[in-house]
Design a protein around this ligand. Structure first.
Ligand code: SF4
Length: 235
């Protein structure tokens, strides 16, 4: 694994020019409000291909009228790490793959810094279709599409989830809290007790490079939780 300063250099930052507010970074577990948790869709044994087909043919919300293609997600369907972003952008819409533009390149570098390769993780979005002009998703689009994401979690059963950006964090945790309120601690994905860490969306990091240091702290928090869980499994 790279050091923090190596990571920051790879991210185009000089480490000594940054101060990182690590207050509040603690492995504090937050229990989900289980009474708020709706039952998640069951994925039958042959479900992954079927789920891909359902997404590919989906017309449940208006975004199907403006998309070029759906973006199901990419990676190992049995990955330990699930990374969730907001929605496809223009390039993703063209290629049918998540995080292939500049934000995707930054995400790859972030993963590299903690010795993770893209094909070792699964990367998905809350929305499987691109909102026109990259506008924010509407609430009803999120609430309509998010069941696909919940079914992906059900199938993958990751050991850790990294929610990148406000929409991913709020959809996965079923909360309206802000990124600032959600970062810096371990949450639990409702229903499966999967540890979940909230961080910034790579597209935001491109616009706000000073936040890359905080994203490093988030990655280290997730890694520590993952390593701790893996260690306890081997005892
Ligand atoms: S965004 Fe989701 S719910 Fe809407 S059409 Fe695309 S796959 Fe279906």
């Amino acid at each position: 694994m790279r050091s923090r300063s190596q990571y920051l250099r790879e991210m185009g930052l000089t480490p000594w020019a940054l101060t990182t507010d690590t207050r509040g970074i603690a492995s504090q577990h937050v229990e989900p409000a289980s009474s708020d948790v709706e039952p998640l869709g069951k994925v039958p044994p042959s479900g992954w291909a079927s789920l891909q087909q359902q997404v590919g043919n989906c017309t449940r919300c208006n975004l199907h009228t403006t998309r070029k293609t759906t973006v199901f997600g990419e990676g190992d369907p049995k990955a330990d790490w699930l990374l969730v972003g907001e929605a496809p952008g223009a390039e993703e819409d063209r290629q049918g793959l998540p995080f292939v533009g500049r934000a995707g390149q930054l995400l790859n570098r972030m993963l590299f810094s903690v010795d993770l390769a893209r094909d070792e993780v699964f990367v998905a979005n809350v929305l499987k279709c691109r909102p026109p002009d990259n506008r924010d998703p509407f609430g009803e689009e999120v609430s309509t599409c998010v069941s696909f994401l919940h079914q992906q979690v059900t199938f993958i059963q990751p050991k850790i989830i990294l929610a990148m950006g406000r929409f991913a964090a709020q959809a996965l945790l079923r909360t309206d809290q802000t990124i600032g309120q959600l970062r810096g601690r371990i949450h639990r994905y409702p229903a499966y007790d999967i540890p979940l860490v909230v961080t910034y969306h790579p597209a935001y990091l491109l616009r706000s490079p000073q936040a890359k240091a905080k994203a490093w702290d988030d990655l280290i928090l997730a890694l520590a939780e993952f390593d701790g869980a893996a260690g306890s499994e081997n005892v």
